[in-house]
Write a protein that binds this ligand. Sequence first.
Ligand SMILES: Cc1cc2nc3c(=O)[nH]c(=O)nc-3n(C[C@H](O)[C@H](O)[C@H](O)COP(=O)(O)OP(=O)(O)OC[C@H]3O[C@@H](n4cnc5c(N)ncnc54)[C@H](O)[C@@H]3O)c2cc1C
Length: 435
Amino acid sequence: MALDTILVYAVPMVGVWAAYLATRRKREAHSLAKLSAAKEAGMMEPASLHPVIDPSKCIGCGSCVRACPEGDILGLIGGKAELVEPSHCIGHGACKAACPANAITLVFGTATRGIDIPNVDENFQTNVPGIFIAGELGGMGLVRNAIEQGRQAIDSVRKLVAASTSEPGLLDLVIVGCGPAGFSASLAAMQHKMRFVTLEQDTLGGTITHFPRGKLVMTAPFTLSLAGKFNFTELSKEELVGLFEKIAAEIGLKVNEGERVETIAAAGNCFEVKSARGVYKTRAVLLTIGRRGTPRMLDVPGEDQSKVVYRLIDPEQYRGQRVLVVGGGDAALEAACAVADQPDTVVTLSHRSGSFNRAKLKNRDRVADAQESGRLNVMLNSSIQRIGLDDVDVKLGEETCTLENDAVIGCVGGILPTPFLESIGIKVETKYGTA
Ligand SMILES: Cc1cc2nc3c(=O)[nH]c(=O)nc-3n(C[C@H](O)[C@H](O)[C@H](O)COP(=O)(O)OP(=O)(O)OC[C@H]3O[C@@H](n4cnc5c(N)ncnc54)[C@H](O)[C@@H]3O)c2cc1C
């Protein structure tokens, strides 16, 4: 073949190859930057189910990177896939399905951070007969899984209820928690005309209601009893919660919102489920309480007012208000800065210690900037004493000062579900990177 013919083919090929290498290098630099930022911020632990990539099997094709619905949580470094933003992984598992080389295993927990998984059999029943678990609490995250499991768990509960004797005043089932799993289970229980109540400490919708405003929820099509099949793949958090509320209203599902279950105890061949509002006697209990836990209370007089919340959902709602944020972790710092960014707000951040050393550097810097520019008042070594209608008392050293106040956001951590499960007798196993 003549040299000029070779050149005609070779030059474009070399050009294409060079462009490919340049793009690849750019992507790799982006992934490396993300990975080092995650390491620096100490954000290397995935929350629950996540992929582990076997480098000896990974062929570096990038299918997993492209398949992740959350964006670039995975990246290619040195021609191999890696988790570059581990703490953002919510366990879709799409990476595993997309990998042509079978190089990905989905695991719970890591060697350094165990994940508590309760003992649940294939019928959703725990080691305590009559108590069932569905949804993320059982280990499987995601909205669709929770919906499917909620409905399927009701089939198992019905078998148990059908095999036991009924008594007047005895419920068939108490459903605890009304996120996607509890909502789906409630609709299925209604469809089967069970005698049940659904108790939710917060509001219908569960974890989804706490997503940031406008967050896109990626999901697979799902079916809700009495309501039908929904073919969404992506919708906003507001649309999804709105859909749940619309269905509940149309079908007449009653959810006891703001009612937290405190204890569950066996009483003969049934259970007593106790909340602050009453005691429910039931033959079965379905726990759909997720894994995020219950926010810790501030434990001060006046806390029961509607102006006190434990999570920031929408900073804009505080425009023009005097707000006290309590806490010293990332959630508190992020909330305080987000509210302080709103026009005409007067924001105070109260923390009982002398520094924010548990929070990420990025958030500490944000607080320092807001403080310096006068948008945020920081009170270290302080503690909230009382919440009034339009003021709050905060103790600072030996002095107590009264601040004008329209809203309080408590971010003082949460109580995880494990002690609650153990108090009921449910066995919990801690998984350290187990498939
Ligand atoms: C930031 C983030 C983004 C996510 N994005 C997606 C996404 O795009 N797509 C997706 O499919 N999944 C996503 N997920 C995961 C999804 O939100 C969860 O898997 C899903 O909500 C689990 O549903 P659930 O019903 O099991 O639990 P939850 O939704 O957690 O609901 C549990 C409910 O139980 C209540 N509860 C707890 N304890 C008690 C008690 N003692 N008494 C009464 N009530 C109680 C809680 O208040 C809560 O309402 C995301 C999660 C997070 C954190």
